[in-house]
Design a protein around this ligand. Structure first.
Ligand code: SDX
Length: 428
C-alpha cells in the first residue's frame, strides 16, 4: 500500500510519498515540494526533524538506546570485534573473512608512510597548537603528497584513497601528540596490529623499547569501536556535504575534524574532564555545577550530558562506564575524577530538570577517564575521537559518492532588507 502525506497550503492540497526504512522509520519525501507548490520550502534549524539522506551504515534508536553498525549491535561489536574489523564492516558493509582482513591490513600498512616533508609543516606550528588544528591541517595537506587520491570516482580509486588515509591518519595523530610532547616524529611498526601500532607510534620513547600493555591495547580498541560511526551527526554531515561537491576524501575528512572539534560535539570529551577537574578543584561541590547547568543566564552546560538523538541512554556511555571501572581496577589506578563523574551522573539522573529534558550521559562523559588511564593527555582526547570516527566518516563519504547524491545546498527563508536604492556616501 503506497503511503502518502497530504499537506494543505492556503486551501490547496499536495500529496507526498512516505518512505519507510528497514527499521520501520518513516519519512515524508518532499523532493518535489518546492516545484509543485511554486516555491514553498521547509525550515528546521539544526535539522532536528529533517533527514539528509537514506543510509545503510548505522542505525540509532534514541528512545530505546539502540546503536548498530551494519546491523550488528554496538554491544556485540565492542565485546567481540576488533577495531580494524569494524573499519572494514562500516566501509564495505560486511564483516571481513580472515583473508579479506589480512589483505585490508596489508594494503593499509603499505600506505602507512607519511612524506618526510610533512614534518616541515608540523615544524611550523607552535608547540602549544591544539592537536585538532594540527590534525585537520595535516589531513588537508595529505592531498599535496597524494594527488591521485583527490579525484576518485571508481571503487578502485576510492579504495586506494581509503587505505591511504587509514594508513596515514594514525601517524598524523601520533605526530600531533608527539609535537606537543617534544618527542621525535617516528613511524610505526608494520609487524604490529593496527591499534597496537597506534600506541607504539604515540608513546614510544627514543631511548626505550615499547611493548603495549594488552589491557591498554584492548581498552583503546574498544573505545575506538564505540566512536567509529554515529549516522548523521554534525561532523559526519559535514564530511558528506563537503564530499557532495566532489571534493576529495582527505579534505572532506579534514572538514569533519574541524566540526568534531566543537565542544558541543566531539570536543565535549576534553570539556568533560576540564569540568570534572574544576569540580574537584572547587572542593567537589557538584550541586554548584548542577545549578549553573540549569541556570539559563549561565552559558555553562553539563558537558557529556544530553544528546540530539538519545532521549533514554547512550549505549556507548553504559559500555564505557563499565570499561572505565574495569580498566582502572586492572591498572590499579585510583582516579578521584571517576568518583566525581559517578556522583554527578547520579545527581543529574535524579534531578527534575535533567529528567524532564531526558538528559543522560553521552559517549563523551566517561571516555576521558579511560583516555587519562591510558596516559593520553586531555588535549588529545578529541583527536582520539577523530581516530575512532575515521572509518565512519570514510563509510558515509563513500556511500554518498557511490549513491551519486546531489550536491548539498539547503534553502533558507530570507528575513533581511527588501529592495532599496543605493545612497552615495555623501547622503548616508
Ligand atoms: C557527541 O549527534 C551525535 O551523534 C553526536 C555524537 C557522535 O557520536 O557523533 O554522539 C557525539 O557530540 C555527543 C554530545 C557531546 N556534547 C556534549 O556533551 C555537550 C553538552 N550537551 C549539550 O550541549 C546538548 O545536549 C547537545 C548539543 C548534545 C544536544 O543539544 P540539542 O539536541 O540541540 O538539545 P538542546 O540544546 O535543544 O537542549 C534541549 C534542552 C534545553 O533546555 P530548554 O531550552 O528546553 O529549557 O536541554 C537543555 C537545553 O538548555 N540541555 C542542557 C544540556 N543539554 C541540553 N542543559 C544543561 N546541560 C546540558 N548538557
Amino acid at each position: 500500500m503506497s503511503r502518502i502525506a497530504t499537506l494543505e497550503i492556503e486551501g490547496k492540497k499536495y500529496e507526498f510519498p512516505i518512505i519507510e526504512g528497514t527499521e520501520n522509520e518513516i519519512a515524508i519525501d518532499i523532493k518535489t515540494l518546492r516545484g509543485v507548490t511554486g516555491g514553498v520550502t521547509t525550515i528546521d534549524p539544526g535539522y532536528k526533524n529533517t533527514g539528509a539522506c537514506e543510509s545503510a551504515i548505522t542505525f540509532l534508536n534514541g528512545e530505546e538506546g539502540i546503536l548498530r553498525y551494519r546491523g550488528y549491535s554496538i554491544e556485540d561489536l565492542a565485546e567481540k570485534a576488533d577495531f580494524l574489523e569494524v573499519c572494514y564492516l562500516l566501509i564495505f558493509g560486511e564483516l571481513p573473512s580472515k583473508e579479506e582482513l589480512d589483505k585490508f591490513h596489508a594494503d593499509i600498512k603499505e600506505q602507512s608512510h607519511v612524506d618526510e616533508d610533512v614534518k616541515k609543516i608540523i615544524d611550523g606550528f607552535p608547540k602549544a597548537a591544539h592537536p585538532m588544528g594540527v590534525l585537520s591541517s595535516l589531513t588537508s595537506a595529505l592531498v599535496a603528497f597524494n594527488p591521485t587520491s583527490v579525484n576518485v570516482d571508481s571503487e578502485e580509486e576510492m579504495y586506494n584513497a581509503i587505505v591511504r588515509i587509514l594508513g596515514k591518519f594514525p601517524v598524523l595523530t601520533a605526530w600531533a601528540y608527539r609535537k606537543r610532547a617534544g618527542l621525535p616524529l617516528d613511524y610505526g611498526d608494520n609487524s604490529l596490529g593496527y591499534v597496537e601500532n597506534i600506541l607504539k607510534m604515540m608513546f614510544k620513547k627514543p631511548t626505550d623499547e615499547y611493548v603495549a600493555n594488552p589491557i591498554v591495547k584492548d581498552a583503546l580498541d574498544k573505545l575506538l569501536i564505540l566512536h567509529a560511526d554515529h549516522e548523521q551527526n554534525c561532523s559526519t554531515s559535514t564530511v558528506r556535504i563537503v564530499g557532495s561537491s566532489n571534493a576529495g576524501l582527505f579534505v572532506s575528512i579534514s572538514a569533519g575534524i574541524n566540526a568534531l572539534w566543537g565542544p558541543l560535539h566531539g570536543g565535549a570529551n576534553q570539556a568533560v574532564i576540564e569540568m570534572l577537574e574544576a569540580i574537584k578543584e572547587d572542593g567537589g561541590d557538584t550541586k554548584k555545577f548542577m545549578a549553573k547547568a540549569k541556570d539559563k543566564s549561565d552559558p555553562f552546560r553539563l558537558m557529556g550530558f544530553g544528546h540530539r538523538v538519545y532521549k533514554n541512554f547512550d549505549p556507548r556511555a553504559k559500555i564505557i562506564k563499565v570499561a572505565a571501572d574495569e580498566l582502572l581496577a586492572e591498572l590499579g589506578i585510583d582516579d578521584p575524577i571517576l568518583e566525581i563523574a559517578k556522583g554527578l551522573e547520579k545527581e543529574a539522573l535524579e534531578d527534575q530538570y535533567f529528567v524532564d529534558r531526558k538528559l543522560y550521559p553521552n559517549v563523551d562523559f566517561y571516555s576521558g577517564i579511560i583516555y587519562r588511564a591510558l596516559g593520553i593527555p586531555t588535549e588529545m582526547f578529541t583527536p582520539m575521537f577523530a581516530l575512532g570516527r575515521l572509518p565512519g566518516w570514510i563509510a558515509q563519504w563513500r556511500e554518498m559518492r557511490l549513491r551519486k547524491e546531489p550536491i548539498g545546498r539547503p534553502r533558507q527563508v530570507y528575513i533581511g532588507e527588501t529592495l532599496r536604492d543605493f545612497k552615495s556616501v555623501e547622503k548616508r
